[in-house]
Design a binder for this molecule. Structure first.
Ligand SMILES: Cc1cc2nc3c(=O)[nH]c(=O)nc-3n(C[C@H](O)[C@H](O)[C@H](O)COP(=O)(O)O)c2cc1C
Length: 229
């Protein structure tokens, strides 16, 4: 499965088979987590065979079942922490999909179980990502139109539309899709740029969502075609 195929195949899965992660699969994830932690200055951690984080009332309310592996999304406090959590976490979500696993971003309905994760001073947990072999492959979420979330038109390049389409398939908190991509044409001294913005949401999580959709946008549009404004 290519990463583009993973974007299309991915849906949030909350009910899993009673099956631990295969050792070789877990190893690929652990190595990637180490690499991305370095690149994104984060402290993401894969926790395996630990059922308690998703056994509380909150998790049941959110219909989670048989979650025994998850990624703790942590990092040192910073203004852009949420966006980096989203951007790098989504790379893990797509890798997991390519490895035959399923996932769900979880902003609220988890319990932090002491002794399962490590936090340095000044580090905080921002979300969890449940991970495992799904009971099903899920289904597509309702999506906004390209025109609702961008200034794509007949005069913007095709890669821009492809980026927006990939972003529309990304997970966002309660599927809010409160983002907007603006194409800024190249000038004499600057290449084509894309401005990614977030709209207000009473739910929150828009900065994390923005990191997630920027990850998808880059894959859909091709990183070489533009720079972020
Ligand atoms: C930052 C973030 C937080 C989320 N928090 C939760 C959560 O607490 N509980 C839950 O069941 N789903 C949660 N989700 C999953 C979204 O509801 C889901 O991504 C959205 O409805 C779109 O569906 P899809 O992922 O299947 O495309 C979260 C997603 C994101 C991106």
């Amino acid at each position: 499965m290519t990463v583009q195929e993973a974007i299309k195949a991915r849906h949030s899965i909350r009910a899993y088979k009673e099956q631990p992660l295969e050792e070789a699969v877990a190893k690929v994830l652990i190595d990637k987590i180490a690499e991305l932690n370095q690149e994104g200055k984060l402290h993401m951690q894969l926790i395996q065979n630990e059922p308690k984080a998703f056994q509380g009332k909150l998790a049941k309310y959110g219909s989670f079942r048989n979650v025994t592996s998850y990624i703790v999304m942590a990092g040192a406090k910073a203004d852009d922490l949420d966006e980096r959590i989203g951007y790098y976490g989504e790379q893990l979500v797509l890798l997991a999909q390519m490895l035959g696993l399923n996932t769900c971003w979880v902003g609220l309905s988890y319990s932090k179980v002491p002794g399962t994760y490590v936090l340095e001073e000044s580090e905080v947990i921002k979300a969890y990502i449940s991970i495992g072999y799904g009971d099903s492959q899920g289904r597509a979420h309702k999506i906004k139109t390209v025109e609702q979330v961008s200034n794509a038109s007949d005069s913007t390049p095709s890669w821009f539309r492809k980026g927006v389409e990939a972003a529309l398939l990304a997970p966002t908190a309660v599927n809010q899709q409160k983002f907007f991509f603006e194409y800024l044409p190249a000038t004499d001294d600057k290449p084509a740029r894309v401005l990614a913005k977030r709209n207000f949401s009473i739910i929150g999580f828009t900065q994390m969502d923005l990191g997630i959709v920027k990850c998808h946008f880059e894959i859909g549009a091709g990183k070489d075609n533009f720079v972020w404004a």
